[in-house]
Design a protein around this ligand. Structure first.
Ligand SMILES: *Cc1c(COP(=O)(O)O)cnc(C)c1O
Length: 430
């Protein structure tokens, strides 16, 4: 930071060591920095909006653990609460009052959620939502949109097959083609394509799953017409509408983005922010659907560490602050300011780009005019993004290590840090 060339000896050493015992040296693939042509950094500590790596380099963090750290790192009230709860034991596998308290907060904040079950990751939440939808409707097919990410569940690790078929093909070895063929694919924000899919397959569709604001092809907002149209299609054909709000839940406002667009999902998946930096996921929705989950109903779901008191305490401490402080207007204003500065700088430099933003999440797409779906996202200049990422890292700013991810701000980001970030963007040459 501050113009001193980044030190990297310890980071390199740690990566070499990690590669010997961990596949690719990382526990989640994007962390390997492959798509930005760099070696990963190893973090020693973080406070507020700042990460410190093993070589002592400091970075202003715009990835925030992929979204959860909306209050910044090492938030005092979260840590205090976690320490207090941890002192009484860390897991019982027996109900605690904390679980009900978090469930009550979620039910209160999200209109469409009448009952909620806690799990340990967003992936698990999605897996459960899909099984529940299939169990309740007695149908096998689901509709998924290209570019939406729903965790590493088999049924949604699916891409468009060759010959423009709408039947999914596995996007990873190990996903049986027999699973993938139950996933029907459609382009995001294209209601006509979804209508056609329903005309052909409607009676076999258990659910439509989507991110109402996509964060995993970069930020792409679902249009109101698209989301309302999907609601109507689901109603017409007796399918369930699942909103995957693992990123957007409590990020864009206190609650879910479905409130902003006035569309009620039947089931909603949550994660990230509701765990305050600890592993968590949740699935919630209509009481008459949720009651089919075991032990009330027959759709099986379970978890040794589900509703873990430490994770739940961190979640409660996070949501409580978000509710009391209502930081959303401030977060949005700061994010808008940063995006406006970046846009002005790139415009002055003649760098073609477009910025998609909602609340405190945004993506700078290079070399694109408008990004509204996966096809337009793929037109971006990922080489340019890689250069941008690497130079910003050198300048002490940590961005998501892929063009197709969201940037986030936290309540810990200061005006000074926004200014420093803009100054770095001004200096670099991409
Ligand atoms: C992160 C994410 C998931 C998966 O959550 P994990 O906790 O990583 O399993 C699912 N859906 C969306 C929209 C996400 O952003």
């Amino acid at each position: 930071m501050c113009g001193v060339a980044m030190r990297n000896e310890r980071n390199r050493e740690l990566f070499e060591r990690a590669c010997k015992v961990i596949p690719g040296g990382v526990n989640s693939p994007v962390r390997a920095f492959k798509s930005v042509g760099a070696n990963p950094i190893f973090i020693e500590k973080a406070k507020g909006a700042v990460l410190t790596d093993a070589d002592g380099n400091r970075y202003i963090d715009y990835c925030l653990s992929w979204g959860p750290m909306i209050l910044g790192h090492a938030n005092k009230a979260v840590l205090d609460e976690v320490r207090k709860v941890m002192g009484r034991g860390t897991s019982y596998g027996i109900p605690t009052p904390l679980e009900t308290a978090l469930a009550e907060m979620i039910v209160e904040a999200v209109d469409s959620i009448e009952k909620v079950r806690l799990v340990s990751s967003g992936t698990e939440a999605v897996m459960t939502a899909i099984r529940l939808a299939r169990g309740v409707t007695g149908r096998d097919n689901i509709v998924k949109f290209a570019g939406c990410y729903h965790g590493h569940v088999d049924h949604v690790l699916v891409q468009a097959g060759s010959g423009l078929t709408t039947l999914g093909t596995p996007s990873s070895p190990g996903v049986p083609a027999d699973f993938a063929r139950h996933t029907l694919l459609a382009p995001y924000n294209d209601l006509a394509a979804a209508e056609k899919l329903f005309e052909e397959h409607g009676s076999s569709i258990a659910a439509v799953i989507l991110e109402p604001v996509a964060g995993n092809m970069g930020v792409v907002c679902g249009t109101k017409a698209f989301l309302k149209g999907l609601r109507a299609l689901c109603d017409k054909y007796g399918s369930l509408l699942i909103f995957d709000e693992v990123i957007t839940g409590f990020r864009v406002g206190y609650g879910c983005v479905q409130k902003m667009v006035g569309v009620r999902a039947d089931l909603t998946t949550l994660g990230k922010i509701i765990g305050g930096g600890f592993p968590i996921g949740a699935i919630g929705g209509r009481a008459d659907v949720m009651r089919h989950l075991s032990p009330e109903g027959a759709v099986y779901q379970a978890g040794t560490l589900s509703g873990n008191p430490v994770c739940v305490a961190a979640g409660i401490a996070t949501l409580r602050q978000l509710k009391e402080r209502n930081p959303y207007p401030h977060l949005e204003a700061m994010t808008l300011r940063l995006c406006t500065e970046i846009a002005a700088i790139f415009k002055a430099k003649g760098i073609a780009h477009t910025i998609n933003r909602i609340g405190s999440m945004f993506t700078v797409f290079f070399g694109a005019e408008a990004v509204t779906d996966y096809a337009s996202a793929l037109k971006c200049d990922t080489g340019r993004y890689a250069a941008y990422f690497r130079q910003m890292l050198e300048a002490g700013v940590y961005l998501p290590p892929s063009q197709f991810e969201a940037n986030f701000l936290s309540t810990a980001h200061t005006e000074g840090q926004i200014e420093k970030t803009a100054a770095a963007v001004r200096r670099i040459d991409v």
